[in-house]
Design a protein around this ligand. Structure first.
Ligand code: SF4
Length: 304
């Protein structure tokens, strides 16, 4: 039996569903039961019948799955797969900013730790940030941790968005996808549409044809009559795009790689499924406090 057969056998035997983020390595995407962006996977996590979720992604995603499904077991195959952007926003920073702006609502991007989510009013993702900001109670919003998502969202609302922390960012989108990278691809493929993620810097957003979440990119490429697309996000998404849309052509930014997303391997998945190691555990208080803002976001999505 090869490792893929062994993983598939364990899924049945141990009642495990594998959720994988769009940035996961190709071989991990291939064995996933569900692939998606973080919003999509939050909905999936809520609807699963399996008793155990194995989350192929980074820690905050597995935490969100547990927050929404406290009765389930949630496993993270690589316990040291963290999102560096999530680590930039600490509960202490939120508390201090709240003291400064007591009437502001706190809208946090899903890429935050459970402890930070617990201090928020509502969560958003890159797919729904403007909609969530509009739905928040206050006209002044403490928004974090991504300054580039804030920039993108600010253009779609009259509310005042205040960054927390002052300079949060994803190093993959902020530092590795530069205007010269996408312009170089554009010069080689002049007919290709440029799709970029809102975590990219404003100069990249401003030259894009569309600014979208990863699932948004998949959707637009599938319904568009265009054939070629330059993809301004972590390059793992291109594997999924090519698989699902074989008649279209996708150009990636070759060096746009999230090291933590790539820490997950088939061997680690197999080991975790077999042993039950690397179980996500959170204090009850954090679980309960973080559930409300996540559920508020999901309720808005379900209404629309
Ligand atoms: S791609 Fe960026 S935002 Fe996503 S997990 Fe990696 S560092 Fe975090």
């Amino acid at each position: 039996m090869d490792i893929i057969d062994k993983i598939n056998a364990l899924k049945e035997e141990k009642d495990i569903a594998i959720l994988a983020h769009n940035y996961q390595p190709p071989e991990v995407q291939d064995i996933a039961d569900y692939l998606g962006d973080s919003l999509d996977l939050c909905y999936r996590a809520q609807d699963l019948e399996e008793g155990t979720i194995l989350f192929a992604g980074v820690k905050f995603m597995a935490e969100s799955a547990l927050i929404l499904n406290p009765e389930k077991t949630v496993l993270l195959p690589e316990p040291n797969a963290y999102c560096p952007m999530a680590a930039m926003l600490t509960p202490d920073i939120i508390t201090k900013k709240k003291e400064q702006y007591p009437d502001a609502s706190v809208v946090l991007y899903g890429n935050t730790t459970a402890a930070s989510k617990a201090l928020s009013d509502i969560i958003c993702t890159s797919a729904n940030a403007a909609q969530i900001v509009e739905a928040a109670d206050s006209d002044t919003i403490l928004f974090g941790p991504d300054k580039n998502l804030l920039h993108w969202t600010q253009q779609q609302t009259d509310k005042t968005l205040i960054p927390i922390p002052d300079e949060g960012y994803c190093y993959v989108h902020n530092l590795l996808i530069r205007p010269e990278d996408v312009l170089h691809l554009k010069s080689r493929h002049p007919d290709a549409k440029l799709l970029v993620h809102p975590e990219c810097i404003p100069q990249v957003q401003s030259i894009a044809d569309n600014v979208l979440s990863t699932n948004g990119m998949l959707k637009i490429a599938s319904i568009s009559s265009e054939k070629e697309f330059i993809i301004g996000t972590e390059k793992g998404l291109c594997y999924r795009l090519r698989n699902e849309l074989p008649n279209k052509i996708f150009y990636e930014v070759e060096h746009a790689i999230c090291a933590d997303m790539k820490k997950v391997t088939l061997e680690k998945i197999y080991h975790t499924m077999k042993t039950g190691d690397n179980k996500i555990v959170l204090p009850e208080k954090i679980l309960d406090a973080a559930r409300e803002p996540l559920e508020r976001m999901l309720a808005i999505g379900r209404k629309n």
